[in-house]
Write a protein that binds this ligand. Structure first.
Ligand code: PLP
Length: 446
């Protein structure tokens, strides 16, 4: 690798960074992260901070997970790549698919389609949903429903079901036939409802109304994150996903659970669907599937959906979809090691325990700092929503948000800013001391 001066001089120039303006990155180059150890990362200036972002919701096992590193090295030595397209397969992909169907057996998942990441997994689920209805002779079922504030990646399909204008406007027109209903977001909702259970019912009613308006026989699927992540960690009332499941079931609409963030323990249960006691028809996974050590994703297919494909007598059953890296053997080897470690360390339980401690600490910050309008979270996904005025809930401005992030970094904690939210999604092997350190860094930042 070239020297540090080269990196600093070229930082923010040849790369167009995701979710950033190229000119802004030139003016304010990003931090160059050089090393990771445990739950911390070190930048090019030698400053070590706790990574309260966990990479990007994905480094659940921290940066020193030797079993994953060794599994990757061993697989690279044995077979760095082979395709999973018709005619060939690889050992790690077969093994990981088997493990995933076991792991998510309680959610009713029976088959696995491998992808290269979360956006691919969402795209796969949307396409399989359309195909499912063609096989079943209901080709009119093409529409999708989703939640406002939901995030489902950036492919055209995923962006279309995204419920946030920031990820849509510059790329419109998107896929037609997608409709959004209000998210069960207590702090801000169009019903002015502050009771979470009542709000869940109102949002479910909005779903029911939209289905009636569109016609159930035109709708392929409803997609939702069990806990909304990028939209600002919106935690629905525990009844909400069950209500959605019941409505979808009654109207024959497929339910896709986007578990790209909530899969593998982050919300304090192995999946968000399991947290809410719901069996979706498909689940999308990525991120923590390899703890971020290798790009990989998966779409899981429930038993009833799989049966329709596998007993197909039409010309629609073959899967005309896939990626060069579907089932990448190195990614799957990394995934097997990550799952084994996640299970061995019981990271779901740790996320629940540490998440409760973090929630208490964040509530305390809310009482200490007027700028904190709302605190939300479940397990080790949390958000602090910053406002310039409590009564009007006017969002804190961009300058304030970056000042808070910079000050927290100075105090030893990496946090992520999304709009007027501070998002926290630290590694799941966090200790109680790490929680205290994160809270102290945030306190200083605020
Ligand atoms: N779905 C959800 C819920 C996500 O949070 C994300 C990414 O943050 C995606 C899909 C897209 O995943 P990726 O960035 O790996 O394409």
């Amino acid at each position: 690798m070239r020297d540090i001066n080269f990196l600093t001089e070229n930082n923010g120039k040849p790369i167009w960074h995701p979710m950033a303006h190229p000119a802004e990155m030139r003016a304010q180059p990003p931090k160059i992260i050089m090393k990771g150890e445990g739950v911390s990362v070190t930048d090019i200036d030698g400053r070590t901070v706790i990574d309260a972002v966990g990479g990007l919701w994905n480094v659940n096992l921290g940066y020193s997970c030797d079993p994953i590193k060794q599994a990757i090295a061993a697989q690279l030595e044995a077979l760095p790549y082979y395709s999973g397209f018709r005619g060939t397969s690889t050992g790690p992909s077969i093994e990981l698919a088997y493990e995933l169907t076991e792991w998510f057996g309680p959610e009713g998942m029976a088959r696995v389609f491998f992808t290269s990441g979360g956006s691919d997994s969402v795209e796969t689920a949307l396409r399989l949903a359309r195909q499912y209805w063609k096989i079943r002779g209901q080709a009119d079922r093409t529409k999708f429903l989703a939640l406002k504030k939901g995030y489902h990646g950036t492919h055209f399909g995923g962006a279309s079901v995204n419920g946030n204008a920031n990820f849509r406007r510059n790329y419109e027109p998107l896929m037609p036939g997608v409709f959004h209903i209000p998210a069960p977001w207590v702090y801000r909702n169009p019903f002015d409802e502050s009771d979470p259970a009542r709000l869940a019912k109102l949002c479910a009613k909005a779903l029911e109304d939209e289905i009636a308006f569109q016609g159930a026989d035109t709708i392929a699927a409803f997609i939702m994150e069990p806990v909304l992540g990028a939209g600002g960690v919106i935690v629905p009332h525990e009844s909400f996903m069950g209500l959605v499941r019941e409505i979808c079931h009654r109207h024959g609409i497929l339910l896709i659970a986007d578990e790209v963030v909530t899969g593998f323990g982050r919300a304090g249960a192995w999946s968000g669907s399991r947290l809410w006691g719901v069996k979706p028809d498909m689940m999308t996974m990525a991120k923590a599937i390899t703890s971020g050590y290798f790009p990989l994703g998966a779409t899981l297919i429930g038993e009833a959906v799989a049966d329709v494909f596998e007993s197909d007598k039409t010309s629609f059953g073959a899967i005309g979809h896939g990626y060069t890296y579907s089932g990448h053997p190195v990614g799957c080897a990394a995934g097997l090691a990550a799952l084994a470690e996640t299970r061995r360390l019981r990271l779901d339980e740790n996320a629940a325990r540490r998440g409760a401690e973090l929630a208490t600490a964040l509530e305390r910050l809310k009482t200490r700092h007027d700028i904190v309008g709302d605190v939300r979270g479940r397990g080790l996904m949390a958000a602090l929503e910053l406002v310039s005025d409590h009564a009007s809930k006017k969002p804190a401005d961009k300058k304030t948000m970056s000042a808070v992030a910079d000050a927290a970094y100075e105090a030893g904690v990496m946090i992520r800013v999304s709009g007027n939210n501070i998002i926290l999604s630290p590694p799941l092997m966090l200790t109680a001391r790490d929680v205290e350190a994160i809270a102290a860094g945030l306190d200083a930042g605020l």
